[in-house]
Unconditional design. Sequence first.
Length: 78
Amino acid sequence: MARIAEAADVSAMTVLNHLPRKENLFLDRGPEIAELLTATVRERERDEPPLAALRRMSLRLIDERHPLSGLGGDASGA
């Protein structure tokens, strides 16, 4: 929590005041993930299997170091 507050240049209490629970820092992406998965399957090419589309999307997120990929920070994975 302190690292997040420091990176945002606010106090830890300010971070907590904007979240109903600490867990929301990590577990608030459910709707975004569900929409991404749904859109990937719906918008795939007609002949592309759903799992192939999901794999392609996952690899793209990794390449982009997207927050949903589980990778963040610099290239060292920090």
